[in-house]
Ligand binder design. Structure first.
Ligand SMILES: *Cc1c(COP(=O)(O)O)cnc(C)c1O
Length: 388
C-alpha cells in the first residue's frame, strides 16, 4: 500500500484539487514552485536554519518516567510545545513563508478559527517583513480575543468574516475569494487540508518532527522505531509530521480525534466515525455532513480539533487500516491534561491532551510509545480553571 500522495495529490481515493476554475493558475504556480523548492539545497538550508535558530529545534524527546510507570509502557513525549509560539504550527508557516518569498510574493493571506494558525502566520510575516491579512469569523474574533490582540501586535490585519455562522468555514470562504481576486498574494493553509499540493506540502514541512524522533529514539534506545506513535488530529498536520517517516515502518500509528460530549451526543468532532466521503476545502475526504451534503457544525472543547473534516492522507490511513483511531471525550482529555500536569510538570494544550488520553485506552506490556505533544496549555488556562 502507498501512503504518500500520487502526482495528482491523491492518497488512495482521497485528495485531489476540487477548486473553482479561477484558482487553477494560483494552484498550478504553487505546485511548480513547491516541486522545485524541495529539491533546492539553498531553500532547504534556509528552512533548516530558521527551524533551528528561530523556532528552537530540535525539540526534545522526553522520557516521561511517571507516565511510563503509571501505564506500564516506555512513554516518550515529543516536545512540540517548546517551539516558538508554543506549538507545531510554526514549522509549516516557516516553510510556506520561505516559499512565498521565493515566489516573489509580498502579501500573505490566511484563515484562522481559534487563532493559533493566524498567530503562527502573523509571526513569520513579521519576521520576513511580508504584509499579512488574516481572515477570521466575527464570532471567533470575539471568542478568541487574546489571539486577535497577538496578531495585531505582530502587525497583521485581522479581517472579520461576517457571513454564515461567522466561524472558520466563513473565514475560509473569504480567504479563497480574496485569493481569486488577488492572485499575487500567497495563501498559507494551516493544516494538511485544502487542494493539492497543500496536504502533501504541509506534511512535508511538518515531517521534521518524525525525522527528529527517529534520531533521538536511536540515541536513547538503540532503535529508530517505537512500537507506537500517538497524535491528535484536527486537520491532521501534527499527526502527519509525526507519522511521516514511520508510514512504511512496522510502527502502529494512532490517531486521537475529538469525541466532544460523546460520539453520538450531537456535540462531537469524531470525523472518522461520523464522517462520510465528500469534498471539503478543495479536497475529497471524510467530513461530517447531512444527507444533502451540508457541512455539520462540529464541536470539541478544544478549538484546534473543532473541525468538520480530516486531511485526505488521514482518511486514507484510516480506511486502509494503517492507522487506528480513538475518539476521546472532553472529560477524558481534561483528565489526561491534569495527570500530565501533576505527574510530569508539563501543562499540555487541550488538543495534545486528547493524544495523552489514549494511554488510558490501551493495555500495555512494556511497549515503547511516542506521543506527539503538539502544544502547550497556556492558551487553555481559562478552560482548565473552569474544570478544576
Ligand atoms: C491547531 C492545533 C492542533 C490541530 O491541528 P492539526 O493540523 O491536526 O495538527 C493540535 N494541537 C495544537 C496544539 C494546535 O494548536
Amino acid at each position: 500500500m502507498k501512503y504518500q500522495a500520487d502526482k495528482n495529490g491523491y492518497f488512495g481515493v482521497y485528495g485531489g484539487a476540487f477548486i473553482p476554475e479561477l484558482l487553477y493558475p494560483n494552484v498550478e504556480e504553487l505546485k511548480a514552485h513547491f516541486t522545485e523548492a524541495k529539491e533546492d539545497e539553498k531553500f532547504l538550508s534556509a528552512f533548516r536554519h530558521l527551524l533551528r535558530d528561530y523556532v528552537g529545534r530540535p525539540t526534545p524527546l522526553y522520557f516521561a518516567p511517571s507516565l511510563s510507570l503509571r501505564y506500564g509502557a516506555n512513554v516518550y513525549l515529543k516536545r512540540e510545545d517548546l517551539n516558538h509560539t508554543g506549538a507545531h504550527k510554526i514549522n509549516n508557516t516557516i516553510g510556506q513563508v520561505l516559499l512565498a518569498q521565493r515566489m516573489g510574493k509580498s502579501e500573505i493571506i490566511a484563515e484562522t478559527g481559534a487563532g493559533q494558525h493566524g498567530v503562527a502566520t502573523a509571526t513569520v510575516c513579521a519576521m520576513t517583513g511580508l504584509r499579512c491579512k488574516v481572515f477570521m469569523g466575527e464570532k471567533d474574533m470575539a471568542r478568541q480575543a487574546p489571539n486577535v490582540a497577538r496578531m495585531k501586535m505582530l502587525g497583521a490585519e485581522v479581517l472579520p468574516a461576517i457571513t454564515g455562522s461567522k466561524t472558520l468555514k466563513d473565514a475560509t470562504n473569504e480567504a479563497i475569494r480574496y485569493w481569486i481576486n488577488n492572485p499575487d498574494s500567497y495563501y498559507i493553509i494551516g493544516s494538511v487540508v485544502g487542494p493539492h499540493p497543500y496536504p502533501e506540502m504541509v506534511a512535508y514541512f511538518q515531517s521534521v518532527i518524525s525525522e527528529e524522533m527517529k534520531k533521538q529514539l536511536l540515541e536513547k534506545t538503540g532503535f529508530e522505531n517505537p512500537d507506537m506513535v500517538i497524535a491528535c488530529v484536527g486537520g491532521g498536520s501534527n499527526a502527519a509530521g509525526a507519522f511521516y517517516h514511520y508510514l512504511d515502518e512496522p510502527v502502529e500509528l494512532i490517531i486521537a480525534e475529538a469525541a466532544g460530549k460523546g460520539v453520538n451526543s450531537g456535540k462531537s468532532a469524531a470525523t472518522s466515525v461520523l464522517g462520510s466521503p465528500g469534498v471539503l476545502h478543495g479536497s475529497k475526504t471524510l467530513l461530517m455532513q447531512t444527507k444533502d451534503g451540508q457541512v455539520i457544525e462540529p464541536y470539541s472543547i478544544s478549538a484546534g480539533l473543532d473541525y468538520p473534516g480530516i486531511g485526505p492522507q488521514h482518511a486514507h490511513l484510516i480506511e486502509s487500516n494503517r492507522a487506528k483511531v480513538f475518539a476521546i471525550t472532553d472529560d477524558e482529555a481534561l483528565d489526561a491534561a491534569l495527570i500530565l500536569s501533576k505527574t510530569e510538570g508539563i501543562i499540555p494544550a487541550l488538543e495534545s491532551a486528547h493524544a495523552l488520553a489514549v494511554l488510558e485506552k490501551i493495555k500495555f506490556s512494556g511497549q515503547t510509545v511516542v506521543i506527539n505533544l503538539s502544544g502547550r496549555g497556556d492558551k487553555d488556562l481559562e478552560t482548565y480553571m473552569n474544570y478544576l
